[in-house]
Design a protein around this ligand. Structure first.
Ligand code: HBZ
Length: 823
């Protein structure tokens, strides 16, 4: 039976907007600025959401389902206004209401800053998961940090990236609710006192610590069409009130000031590193801060309606989004033992049955390790507990492996201990302290099991499982690409919105000429929309009829934006030397932020912009190729970009990209993957068929084989392949900069003869020819209009597996075992 759409009172909304403009700003509708109209509309929308929010809360209290706490340092939510309208099924009535008030909904949406509390894939995945959890009707809490400054805004000046603070809270956030009554205290530093309590129990007490107040802000997470509204709870830090006088009296003025400083620094800024650990003390403080507050909340909420804390795990599960929230293992142990008087064994039983860990990368520089002295100084009681977890685990390794023929027990300890080499290894703590370990795509999980975490897999295979990532079709098709969304609905009905496997029905239209034409017309409209954005933001005119070849993602060497731009340089040479060769025009679109301290990444941005300058302004090229670097790539412009992509560049060095999710977003929007057999690309090709993707390059096995043998020698390729030589020489011959040394570091990365085992670590030159050849196949395929339309349409039709709804349902069935809320 088809569900009735949610009710939405359009007239009430209209009145509410007018009322808000008056009471918030003391203005008439005509006087209000666009920002003020946005705020007034957002508050009106929040009113509508709050009713559902309260109903959800009430139903949850009645039904007492098992709930998941999704713990993550990052939630890259993107704009809330349009998405909430979509999920409330209120987009059309609100558009009408605003039209009647003479307000353009698009302009209103553009007033909202992107809440960018995340770096990239990991943070955006958390946001997609929350959307799916609400839509599927599971009770979930996102737990995170309310950074005052999110991911920096990127400006491009003279081709260079410049980081500008992201002041997303400047005008306030209409959707958030501050919850003073749920504030918690979090303690840092000091020392641990051991004593015997009145019942003869040995107890531990942290003393001489600094304390901050964690204050939660709740954001609604609206499910699609079902009235479910979950909560993303992000924590802010404040100094404890009244402390100053008190400690001043005690002569502890210094400490009072330090404590204030700590509170004011804690939630200042998101660390802008993706797949890389900076190892800063403040980062560890951030981790413990939001985890302690969240775990305290979870225990208290449970005990409101339950007696036996030993059964906590029956109603609660903690999913740790990478190792960043892993102190949760020790914090849960601490609270259970020190505050709720459980024995070690009882607490350990609850903890391991509650915690689960997702791994998002195998890049060595992203593996989280903390120096023992830092960890111990900052979190003395937590350290004691980690030390004991480690002692017992090492014991277990010895019991299990001592005396086994052919097994080196010391080697096992070296590779698996939580404390080793004076470091706390967070991944090991997460694996030992929980009951589930998952990778984020089939290939990635396989690499974890066979290589990265091999010893753990052998010791505890039952913990390991795969959960291939997914994305929400609500934001990335229904909201981002209304033309295509309407077309799909016209063809197969609207069930795809909550069941993406329905897209398969589109396969019936793959050879239908009319459908193909419509599909490509929509793509053209979306390309025009993006071309307008590019003209406005870059001042570059691009031809919507050219192939839009898109690589948007964080800048990282392993993602190989450098391979892409070197290929563009080659194409440039090719067109200059063969001006009459038949060539279908291409627009290469890049978007990427580089971590602020990552020099190679920043120089790659400069190179892309330098190549763009030369290519776009060379009369010989005559517009055959254009290069565009989109400034400040973020969720809101990503939505425009995905909808307009013809080619989806997913060209990471095989084995390095855990999954990728941009690949799925572009597939959903009918772009064809040009990629290596890495991460989820493997599964994409599996779904859509090899003939509907362009695959090139080394396989992950080949890459890992080379790595085991110390790499390969890129000089051989440089010396034997004139294409490669020409392109590389141009990096240092003044073509792209008067300063010939400017791009030398990139040249050296590829050819470095000083440290040859580091030369071309990411196999760019090794894959170069194969990549050129794949690019050529694309140009050929695009000229056969029917063939291309069919391929593109089949990509949209085959994306069913890649919904985060599917991923979440797998977590629920295989790991979390949540109960569905009945509404
Ligand atoms: O997580 C990404 C993976 O690179 C990508 O392949 C995958 O699809 C995605 C979701 O599973 N990993 C990240 O985005 N990682 C980070 O952003 C990160 C941030 C801070 C760190 C380490 C990693 O300290």
């Amino acid at each position: 039976m088809k569900k009735k759409p949610l009710k939405f009172d359009k007239d009430l909304f209209k009145r509410s907007v007018q009322y808000n403009v008056k009471t918030l700003y003391r203005k008439t509708m005509e006087e209000a600025t666009e920002q003020e109209l946005y705020q007034a509309s957002a508050y009106a929308l929040k009113d509508a959401i709050v009713d559902h929010w309260m109903t959800t809360q009430k139903k949850a209290a009645e039904q007492d389902p098992k709930i998941v706490y999704y713990m993550s340092m990052e939630f890259l939510m993107g704009r809330a206004f349009g998405n909430n309208l979509i999920n409330l099924q209120a987009y059309k009535p609100v558009k009408e209401a605003l039209d009647e008030l003479n307000i353009d909904l698009n302009l209103i949406e553009d007033q909202e800053p992107d809440p960018a509390l995340g770096n990239g894939g990991l943070g955006r995945l958390a946001a997609c998961f929350l959307d799916s959890l609400s839509t599927l009707g599971y009770v979930a809490y996102g737990c995170g940090i309310r950074y005052k400054y999110g991911m920096f805004r990127q400006k491009i000046q003279d081709g260079y990236q410049v980081e500008v603070p992201d002041t997303w809270l400047e005008n306030g956030n209409p959707f958030e609710l501050r919850r003073n009554e749920y504030a918690k205290e979090v303690k840092f530093g000091g020392y641990v006192n051991m004593y015997t309590d009145e019942r003869g129990r040995t107890m531990f007490k942290q003393e001489g610590y600094q304390v901050v107040r964690a204050v939660p802000y709740d954001l609604p997470v609206v499910g699609y069409g079902n009235g479910v509204v979950n909560t993303l709870r992000i924590w802010d830090a404040e100094p404890i009130q009244c402390f100053q006088l008190d400690s001043f009296d005690k002569g502890d003025y210094q400490k009072a000031v330090e404590q204030e400083n700590l509170a004011s620094q804690l939630c200042e800024v998101l660390y802008p590193n993706d797949n890389h650990i900076a190892g800063k003390e403040l980062r560890l403080k951030q981790q413990y801060f939001f985890i302690s507050a969240s775990v305290q909340t979870a225990l208290q909420r449970y005990l409101k309606h339950h007696e036996d804390i030993r059964k906590f795990y029956e109603k609660n599960v903690f999913q740790l989004n990478d190792t960043h929230p892993t102190v949760a293992v020790a914090e849960l142990m601490r609270l259970l033992m020190d505050e709720y008087y459980l024995s070690w064994d009882e607490a350990w039983d609850v903890t391991t049955k509650t915690c689960c860990y997702t791994n998002h990368t195998i890049m060595a520089e992203a593996l989280e390790k903390w120096p023992v002295d830092l960890f111990q100084r900052l979190l003395p009681r937590i350290y004691q507990i980690v030390d004991e977890i480690n002692r017992r685990f090492v014991d277990q390794i010895m019991r299990q492996y001592s005396g086994s023929a052919g097994i080196d027990v010391q080697a096992k300890i070296r590779s698996m201990a939580i404390l080793y080499d004076n470091q706390v290894k967070m991944a090991h703590l997460a694996i030992v302290g929980g009951h589930s370990v998952n990778g984020v795509a089939r290939l990635h999980t396989e690499i974890l099991e066979k290589r990265e975490l091999k010893d753990f897999y052998e010791m505890m295979p039952e913990k390991f499982n795969n959960k291939t990532n997914g994305i929400t079709q609500r934001r990335f098709l229904l909201h981002a690409n209304p033309l295509l969304a309407d077309w799909v609905t016209e063809k197969i009905g609207d069930d795809w919105i909550v069941d993406l496997s329905q897209m398969e029905k589109l396969k019936a239209f793959a050879d239908d000429k009319k459908a193909q034409q419509e599909f490509m017309d929509i793509k053209l409209q979306n390309k025009k929309r993006l071309a307008k954005y590019i003209l406005k933001h870059n001042g570059i005119e691009v031809d919507p009829k050219s192939i839009f070849d898109v690589q948007v993602k964080r800048l990282h060497e392993y993602k190989r934006q450098l391979l892409n731009i070197l290929q563009v340089i080659h194409k440039y040479n090719d067109i200059k030397t063969h001006p009459n060769k038949d060539f279908y025009p291409k627009t290469y679109i890049f978007g990427a932020k580089a971590a602020a301290g990552y020099l190679t990444a920043k120089l790659t941005i400069k190179l892309i912009n330098a190549v763009a300058d030369v290519v776009n302004n060379d009369p010989d090229i005559d517009g055959k190729i254009k290069v565009v670097f989109i400034e400040d790539y973020k969720v809101s412009n990503a939505e425009l970009i995905f909808a307009a992509a013809d080619v989806s560049e997913q060209i990471s060095t095989a084995s390095k990209e855990a999954s990728g999710t941009g690949n799925m977003k572009m597939m959903l929007n009918g772009a064809i993957t040009l990629g290596t057999l890495d991460g989820a690309n493997v599964e994409i090709v599996n779904e859509v068929g090899e003939e509907n993707a362009f695959i090139f390059g080394l396989t992950s096995q080949e890459v890992m084989d080379y790595e085991r043998n110390g790499g390969y020698n890129p000089m051989d390729i440089y010396n034997s392949n004139p294409n490669v030589k020409k392109v590389l020489d141009m990096l240092v011959d003044g073509t792209f900069s008067n300063d010939r040394e400017l791009f030398r570091p990139l040249y050296n990365c590829l050819l470095n003869t000083v440290n040859s085992n580091k030369a071309d670590q990411y196999f760019i030159l090794k894959d170069f020819e194969s990549y050129l050849e794949a690019q050529k196949r694309i140009s050929d395929a695009y000229q056969d209009k029917k063939r291309w339309a069919k391929m593109a349409l089949l990509n949209t039709a085959s994306c069913g597996k890649f919904s985060s709804d599917r991923t979440i349902q797998e977590y629920v069935d295989e790991v979390w075992h949540l109960d569905k809320l009945e509404m």
